[in-house]
Write a protein that binds this ligand. Structure first.
Ligand SMILES: NC(=O)c1ccc[n+]([C@@H]2O[C@H](COP(=O)([O-])OP(=O)(O)OC[C@H]3O[C@@H](n4cnc5c(N)ncnc54)[C@H](OP(=O)(O)O)[C@@H]3O)[C@@H](O)[C@H]2O)c1
Length: 253
């Protein structure tokens, strides 16, 4: 019998899907509530059967996320692994770069960035994250009585660090992830019975960018490293709300 319930967003692609495969392959897998706006790959659903409960919805919809949370009622949720997000690149420039140099930086420069891209990136990366966490707080709090604290892991990025920004550009993505530092800081104060972590998974080959970036690692390698960090969170003295890389090293805001 599964002893835990976890929620994984961004479930249909990249890191979210790889985390699902990791948890679903455990000897005693938890109940996995999977969320994405894209359909879930049927062959993975078939492979893991009833372990995975997939919900196709937009994480920016307060109503749809709340409706889902209401169906869980009094089921404690031990972990939210929030992987849904977008990279905030200007679509027209992405289309040009796809045919040419495949230069990601060129798609998010001072000259390229526009209102629509910036607002959409905030809507999904910042509001969507807040929306998901807020909706499932009652279920997370129900798990607070258990020996290890409930956890919320937010896949963030080194690009959300203002002090690590030495390259410029990246306006929408950097700003949307930097804003998460402020959101999560308040959550650590307002919700001390839940442990929060912002995790930079490394540069990973996923659907986030439409072509493979130089030096990108595979999802399995990233998930393996990220899981080691998650395991450390129950250690004495681990501080809620940190931004760390996949080796657990703090990235200053
Ligand atoms: N890959 C990297 O190198 C890297 C580095 C640092 C941080 N991260 C972070 O890691 C997280 C996971 O990204 P990934 O690399 O696994 O990218 P990915 O393969 O694109 O997966 C993200 C998933 O989230 C979904 N999604 C986007 N907006 C959504 C919405 N409004 N509602 C529901 N689902 C939505 C995406 O669907 P669509 O296809 O429709 O967008 C996609 O299925 C992101 O937060 C990203 O910022 C990734």
């Amino acid at each position: 019998m599964p002893s835990e319930t976890i929620i994984i967003t961004g479930a249909s692609s990249g890191l979210g899907l790889a985390f699902i495969q990791h948890y679903a392959s455990l000897p005693t897998p938890p109940i996995i509530i999977a969320i994405d706006n894209q359909p879930f790959p049927p062959q993975i659903a078939e492979q893991y059967g009833t372990t995975i409960h997939f919900h196709q919805l937009d994480i920016t919809s307060a109503q749809k996320v709340q409706d889902l949370a209401s169906t869980l009622e009094s089921a404690p949720v031990n972990l939210i692994l929030h992987c849904a997000g977008i990279r905030g690149l200007v679509p027209e420039i992405v289309a040009q770069q796809k045919q040419g140099d495949k230069d990601v930086a060129a798609t998010e420069t001072l000259e390229a960035m526009d209102h629509e891209t910036m607002m959409k990136t905030f809507e999904i990366n910042t509001w969507g994250t807040f929306n998901i966490i807020k909706a499932f707080l009652p279920q997370l709090r129900l798990a607070a009585a258990q020996p290890s604290k409930p956890k919320v892991i937010i896949l963030s990025s080194r690009m959300g660090s203002i002090s690590a920004n030495t390259a410029g550009g990246g306006y929408a993505y950097r700003a949307s992830k930097a804003a998460l530092n402020a959101v999560v800081k308040s959550l650590t104060i307002d919700v001390p019975d839940v442990q929060f972590l912002m995790l930079h998974p490394g540069r990973v080959e996923t659907g986030l960018v439409e072509w493979k970036e130089e030096g990108a690692i595979g999802v399995e390698e990233s998930v393996r490293d990220c899981m080691r960090v998650l395991d450390k969170m129950d250690e004495e003295g681990w501080e809620s709300g940190r931004l760390v890389d996949r080796f657990g090293v703090t990235i200053p805001w």
